[in-house]
Design a protein around this ligand. Structure first.
Ligand SMILES: [Zn+2]
Length: 341
């Protein structure tokens, strides 16, 4: 091993641009190492904030069971199974180190492609794909549907159905090359309807709901229990919202198409959210519809935490994707289908 003294002597012989390169490498190295430590602590704290429970059977009869690869192991006295602080989290069963996942999280926050992220992190493209969706499955579970309150704007946004990655001999038609958005006029069953609701505190609900136009029933199923009492609902003239607002006792402001901002009741925030969402989705070159909810939750996460510093974002993204028990096996991805048909 070279001594620190000889390294320091060597550094003095390097051209300035390489010294700068070295400096940024060291900075990243130090930040990443301290973040990895912090992630272990945060995940433990989050997961077991109400005492340690077994991730397999939820029993509280737990005892320590030695260490494995430097990680504390536990055993459940009820189901006799062992677990660690990361069992059934996004990184569970990964042979790669946590700092690679951290680097990957950084790529996701920047919205880089599967290919580009693979190259930066040093993993293959298939792994890059699975990591993206393992993380997003967990982030989706972590975020849940959410809750909106007060002055709420609600509207739907549509994405062309896309069969990418679905192997079937009876494909209904050619899949769209890009996830083109479609004007509301002429909505058909070939479009995925994503319901969105945004309040003025920035709370957001964004969930794929159905194919084609939504019905009252679908609207009710989504929002029941997720909208604050005495809220004011601003929507366009879609009929389903009228009954919904009546049944849920909400004050309803219907905004006519093309009408401009009039005092505080408008749907301009949700309209601009839709434009941002479509622009952001454009970068992915067509998203398979069976994964659309993961993309919606990814966008939601970025929106909710947009004001955080990048280093905090990266750390929290990984912490949150390891707090919930939502581990997906590779073979489960192959079997995945669209949640509604
Ligand atoms: Zn158990």
């Amino acid at each position: 091993m070279p001594s620190i003294k000889s390294i320091l002597t060597d550094i003095q012989t390097l051209p300035l641009n390489q010294v700068e390169e070295l400096l940024s490498y060291l900075e990243e190295f130090l930040v990443s190492n301290s973040q990895v430590e912090q992630i272990y602590e945060d995940v433990k704290e989050f997961r077991f904030s109400k005492g340690k429970v077994c991730p397999h059977c939820s029993s509280e009869l737990i005892s320590k069971n030695g260490k494995y690869n430097g990680k504390q192991r536990y055993i459940c006295k009820d189901c006799k199974r062992t677990f660690t602080d990361f069992t059934n989290s996004a990184v569970y069963r990964s042979k790669k180190s946590l700092d690679k996942w951290l680097k990957y999280a950084k790529c996701m926050i920047m919205g880089l492609s599967i290919r580009k992220s693979a190259k930066i992190v040093g993993i293959n493209i298939a792994t890059s794909f699975f990591w993206r969706h393992k993380i997003l499955d967990c982030i989706s579970a972590f975020l849940g549907t959410g809750h909106v309150d007060g002055l709420i704007e609600a509207d739907e946004v549509f994405f062309a159905e896309n069969f990418k990655g679905t192997k079937t001999i009876n494909m209904p038609r050619e899949s769209h090359k890009r996830g083109k958005s479609i004007k509301k006029r002429g909505i058909s069953k070939e479009q995925i309807c994503v319901a969105t609701a945004l309040d003025r505190q920035g709370n957001l609900i964004i969930e794929p709901l159905c194919k084609g136009r939504m019905t009252y029933k679908e609207l009710e199923n989504l929002y029941k229990g997720h909208i604050g009492e005495n809220s004011i609902l601003c929507t366009d003239s879609h009929k389903s919202y009228i009954r919904f607002a009546t049944d849920f006792n909400l004050d309803h402001k219907r905004i006519k198409t093309g009408k401009h901002k009039e005092d505080i009741y408008h749907i301009q925030h949700i309209n601009s959210l839709h434009s941002n969402l479509k622009r952001w989705m454009g970068r992915f070159n067509g998203v398979a519809s069976k994964y659309i909810s993961n993309y919606m939750h990814w966008f939601k996460w970025l929106k909710i935490f947009e004001n955080d510093k990048d280093s905090i974002k990266t750390k929290n993204f990984i912490v949150q994707s390891n707090v919930v028990y939502a581990y997906t096996k590779v073979k489960d991805f192959k079997l995945r289908t669209l949640q509604f048909v």
